[in-house]
Write a protein that binds this ligand. Structure first.
Ligand code: ATP
Ligand code: MG
Length: 647
């Protein structure tokens, strides 16, 4: 195996789509040309996949750019599109979710079941005084009630803000205050790593500083003891179960706010991204159908948390808008054993899996013998999201999870973009390990230099989006100016994504990491992604993070943090020496890290992204910046201690 997988930075194999998949693909090459001919008409056609109570008068109003309005004058309800219309079309018995709790308990919810639950919850929220436009905070584990709560809000036109169940009380408090939510939906807790973990105490603590919150609805999941504030706290089963399961959805303006989602905080303090209804739902429904080539019989699984945008768009809104059957899993991949995901795929016959490179690298570290014990033959498309996927990880994913047969779609997008933007299509593209490749039909992207000019093929620069798109953020919650400054000021008239990218000789796009993370060593710009991929291509390395630290001679110097594979036996010093030479051989001497630090863990956000800015703080011996979105803050302690120990 290591023979075949070595030297993947020089991986130039191409993986054409399986003939059968290509022949029956939802989207073909022609779609690109069609969309190029008339982008707006293309998106109007996709919007018609949804049910509108009233069609729009104008597809795009860009007269107050960069503040966009899509499908102006149209009236729509997101929950109606996700539920009622499937039930009305006679598909109510179709399974919406196969839900699996971490302890092994399961629930199957059909579209009819879900519609009834959502109607009850909507009626309960009305009783609590929730009206269109009111914000509702949702702080939940991965249980069906999380989806129910979101759709109940959507039904009422009340924007939700879902906060990761793993976040602290202060992170929850900040978000509740920032969007001024008056109702909080939570649970006593959820199951993680084989034990119940509590949520209610964090809510109680957060609310000591959120006096405007009137009510807290609490789902009973783990049966833990909870503190109770009379008059404020209500059990979900008492408030919701007694309600009528009938509720007539009201149709709202296409620009009705649907939710506020805070970004991962990888580069700084999280931003409150506002998404609205018509354009957002159009793009997530279409991209879900197109990018994963979804067919009516597929069993689809986004293995991510609902508390980040991937969960919103591709666990909830996209799959439900398309009437698809999904799997939803509560817990961690290693509980009760390291084959849990593969067991679920075999059990439910999952045909499409979408997850993050961090998960794939973890599975690589655990070894391919584990997935080999399970029947993964139902899989036909694999997706990746959240970070650049190292070529090594791409090929491993395709080989050992996809049986060497399934296309892998590397999807680039952001909380801000709402839906997938740049990706190969499984029935069209010859997959290139490590490349996100091409903007989707209807999406316009470019790689530009400092002056904003498009770079030629073979060169790198900044990724920008050159035309508005339906699911684009409308603003930052309560801060129009920061919206303009952050995204629309660096390059006149274009959206600045904050990511570095290059175009290869075919004009395909490769993401190179955050612009903030790009290093300048003796006048050479170096990409974190490329050096990390070089490190990960070494058989001893499981994960790597690279940062630029101030250096008196070179301006910046490359500092790498690596996690070694279980099988690696050398001392830290030996390993470091070998890896420095490996990087020099793979990329060039200029990219050779000044320091390589062997660590046990890397600091990551809850969505699995490496927080390089914290590592930079460590490498430059500074106070740590915002750590509120870190999964486990003790990791930083460990790394610091490690650093101060010589050798
Ligand atoms: P913040 O904006 O608060 O720093 P964040 O950027 O991590 O947080 P998200 O919106 O969750 O918040 O992540 C979007 C970013 O993730 C992109 O800008 C990009 O850097 C990275 N990303 C996502 N998918 C891919 C991909 N397929 N390839 C490369 N990078 C990706
Ligand atoms: Mg970002």
């Amino acid at each position: 195996m290591s023979e075949a997988l070595s030297n993947l930075l020089r991986e130039d194999r191409r993986f054409p789509p399986p003939a059968e998949l290509a022949a029956a693909a939802n989207v073909t090459k022609e779609t690109y040309a069609e969309a190029d001919a008339d982008r707006i008409a293309f998106w109007e056609e996709q919007a018609r996949r949804l049910h509108w109570d009233r069609e729009w008068d104008e597809a795009l109003d860009w007269s107050k750019a960069p503040f966009a309005k899509w499908f102006v004058g149209g009236r729509i309800n997101a929950a109606y599109n996700c539920l009622d219309r499937h039930v009305e079309a006679g598909n109510g018995d179709k399974v919406a979710y196969h839900w699996e709790g971490e302890p092994g308990d399961t629930r199957t919810l059909t579209y009819t079941d879900l519609l009834r639950e959502v109607s009850r919850a909507a009626n309960a929220l009305i009783e609590l005084g929730v009206r269109a436009g009111d914000r509702v905070a949702i702080y939940m584990p991965m249980i069906p009630e999380t989806v129910v709560a979101m759709l109940a809000c959507a039904r009422l036109g009340a924007p939700h803000t879902v906060v990761f169940g793993g976040f602290s009380a202060s992170a929850l408090r900040d978000r509740i205050q920032d969007c001024d939510a008056r109702i909080v939906i939570t649970s006593d807790g959820g199951y993680r790593r084989g034990a119940p973990s509590a949520l209610k105490p964090q809510v109680d603590q957060a609310l000591t500083e959120c006096p405007d919150v009137r009510n807290v609805l609490v789902v009973k999941r783990t049966d833990q003891d909870v503190e109770w504030t009379e008059g404020r706290d209500l059990w979900w089963h008492e408030a919701v179960d007694k309600q009528s399961d009938q509720h007539t959805a009201e149709f709202f303006d296409a620009e009705q706010p649907l939710y506020v989602m805070y970004t991962s905080g990888t580069t700084g303090k999280p931003k409150g991204i506002l998404h609205t209804t018509g354009g957002y739902l159009t793009q997530v429904a279409w991209t879900h159908w197109a990018v994963f080539d979804v067919k009516p019989d597929d069993v689809y699984w986004t293995a991510a948390d609902i508390g980040w945008v991937t969960g919103h768009s591709y666990i909830v809104y996209g799959p439900l808008a398309n009437g698809v059957t999904s799997v939803m899993y509560e817990g961690t991949p290693d509980t009760p054993h390291r084959g849990r995901w593969w067991e679920l795929i075999a059990k439910y016959g999952v045909s499409i899996l979408y997850c993050a490179p961090t998960a794939i690298r973890t599975f690589m570290k655990w070894g391919e013998d584990i997935p080999a014990e399970f029947d993964l033959s139902s899989l036909r498309v694999l997706g990746s999201v959240g970070e650049p996927i190292n070529p090594e990880a791409y090929v491993w994913y395709r080989t050992f999870i996809g049986s060497g047969r399934t296309p892998v779609v590397d999807t680039w997008w952001q909380t801000e973009t709402g839906g997938i933007m740049i990706t190969p299509l499984p029935g069209v593209a010859d997959g290139k390990p490590g490349a996100a490749m091409t903007p989707l039909p209807g999406i316009s992207a470019e790689v530009v230099d400092d002056a904003g000019n498009a770079v030629p093929n073979g060169a790198g620069g900044y990724l920008v989006l050159t035309e508005p798109w339906p699911a684009m953020l409308r603003t930052l919650w309560g801060d129009d100016q920061r919206y303009v400054d952050t995204y629309w000021s660096r390059f006149e008239g274009r959206y600045f994504a904050g990511d570095g990218a290059k175009k290869d000789d075919d004009g395909d796009i490769w993401l190179l990491g955050r612009v903030d993370d790009v290093m300048n060593v003796s006048g050479h710009r170096l990409s974190t992604t490329e050096i990390e991929s070089a490190l990960v291509s070494h058989p001893n390395v499981a994960e790597a993070a690279v940062v630029g630290a101030t250096d008196p001679t070179t301006g910046q110097a490359v500092v790498a943090f690596v996690i070694l594979r279980g099988s690696a036996t050398e001392s830290g010093e030996q390993a470091a020496k070998e890896l420095r030479n490996h990087v020099a051989a793979e990329i060039g001497p200029i990219a050779k890290p000044r320091q390589i630090l062997v660590v046990e863990e890397l600091p990551k956000t809850r969505s699995g992204k490496i927080m390089r800015r914290l590592l930079r703080d460590v490498a430059e011996n500074r106070e740590l910046g915002d750590v509120t979105t870190l999964t486990d803050s003790s990791v930083m302690e460990l790394i610091r201690t490690n650093l101060s120990t010589p050798g």
